[in-house]
Design a binder for this molecule. Sequence first.
Ligand code: ZN
Length: 134
Amino acid sequence: MNILKIDHLGIAVNSIDEGKKFWTDVLGLHFEGKETVAEQKVTTAFFPVGESEVELLESTAPDGPIAKYLEKKGEGIQHIAFRVDDIEAALAELKAKGIRLIDETPRKGAGGARIAFLHPKSTSGVLVELCERK
Ligand code: ZN
């Protein structure tokens, strides 16, 4: 498996419009607009930081994964995403090593990325996303 970098940090927020003020007005990061990923019941917004990005996640439905996260833990870092060059190869390798996968096969993420999540039970409690972008 070839991990290229930390692609982004995913932060769950109640509202992107409210949450983005810190990242733009205070830190001066560039807001690249919102994108809704319907099948994940989430709207995302990315803020580039050097080689990586901050991703804010707002739920679009009360039964979505971000809504459930906010209900349990409140706003905060929800996942960390590593960029890989070959997501299928990475998933196969992790599966062979006994890592619990939430996604056995990649799904579509924001920005045309192909993503897959690893189960926090296998990663010291951190929700890890693998992300491949061409
Ligand atoms: Zn993400």
